[in-house]
Design a protein around this ligand. Structure first.
Ligand code: NAP
Length: 290
């Protein structure tokens, strides 16, 4: 197998954003700014929020953090979003998902000003993406495109199978790949797909985003396919200090004696999300300054 480690891909993006930010500020603009809203204290969400803050600090972005208790009222979160939508010193707004039960995720996402929706989850941005207009592209699919570019994996004329149809990964990924310029022939699978192996076995690129370890193994793909593993699954492991280890949605070890190019977990797609968010935040700042 050929391991497509993504540390250098993410570092490359951060360097590019740092350079562009420097130029942007040298032209007399205020530093880009990101407001992050966290509801509750889910440990994984807290880690993601901390990483976003660290990335902002590294790039010299302004960063505003808002924390609500687990049992916060939906109306209070909406009221904060109203304020952030209007504030001139806020370029990007991100509400960390998932939200606790009792808060309607769609309602919250739809409340974010699309011009500040740096996660790219609002219906306006998803709609623009679908019709190939300028928009904020969701960070995970955007990061995957960056990985493909970095490793010179061409998508034009290639058969790409996306396993999973979520609004944050599968659907935007498929919508991007089918656009003019990327020109892939895209198949999107879900749990009702009768024979997953039949879909993947002649694919040039397989993007697996199911949230289930071992959804595919080497027997599902051609010997020289590219596999992008989006999954992040916690597997109980008493031998680890934290009591768990992370694994993807593909059975990584099974690819050992193949020529498959595959992103590892950890060390793969997950490393891209924060740098792509920083890229979107800089983009938001640029657009708002005209
Ligand atoms: P999700 O909302 O749970 O969606 C999973 C999708 O996979 C659903 O569409 C489901 O089909 C489909 N699916 C599940 N098992 C399947 C199977 N055996 N065959 C075919 N399709 C199957 O998950 P998500 O939010 O897209 O996330 C997917 C994975 O990516 C998770 O492990 C998540 O932690 C990870 N993730 C990673 C990043 C990152 O930055 N690395 C970012 C986001 C998500 P149905 O629609 O029929 O149920």
């Amino acid at each position: 197998m050929i391991r497509l480690g993504c540390k250098s891909v993410a570092e490359n993006v951060m360097e590019k954003v740092a350079k562009e930010t420097e130029l942007f500020i040298s032209e007399g603009n205020r530093a880009p700014s990101l407001a992050v809203v966290l509801v509750g204290s889910d440990p994984a969400s807290m880690t993601y929020v901390r990483k976003k803050k660290e990335a902002c600090e590294k790039l010299g972005f302004l960063h505003f953090q808002y924390n609500f208790d687990e049992d916060a009222a939906e109306g209070d979160v909406l009221a904060l979003l109203d304020e952030l939508n209007e504030r001139d010193d806020v370029d990007g707004i991100l509400v960390q998902l998932p939200l606790p039960e009792g808060i309607n995720e769609r309602k919250i996402i739809e409340h974010i000003n699309p011009e500040k929706d740096v996660d790219g989850f609002s219906p306006i941005n998803i709609g623009r993406l679908l019709i190939g207009e300028d928009c904020f592209v969701p960070c995970t699919p955007k990061g995957i495109l960056e990985i493909l570019r970095y490793f010179s994996v061409d998508t034009a004329g290639k058969k790409v199978v996306v396993i999973g149809r979520s609004n944050i990964v599968g659907k935007p990924m498929a919508a991007l790949l089918m656009q003019k310029g990327l020109d892939a022939t895209v198949t999107v699978c879900n749990t009702k797909t009768p024979d997953l192996r039949k879909e993947t076995e002649d694919a040039d690129i397989v993007i697996v985003a199911t949230g289930h370890p071992d959804t595919i193994d080497s027997s599902y793909v051609k010997n020289d396919a590219v596999v992008i593993d989006v999954g992040v699954n916690r597997i109980a492991d008493a031998s680890r200090e934290k009591g768990f280890r992370l694994t993807g949605d593909a059975d990584y070890a099974s690819f050992e004696n193949t020529d498959v190019k595959i992103t590892p977990v950890p060390g793969g797609v997950g490393l891209m999300t924060v740098s792509m968010l920083m890229m979107n935040t800089l983009e938001a700042a640029k657009r708002r300054r005209g």
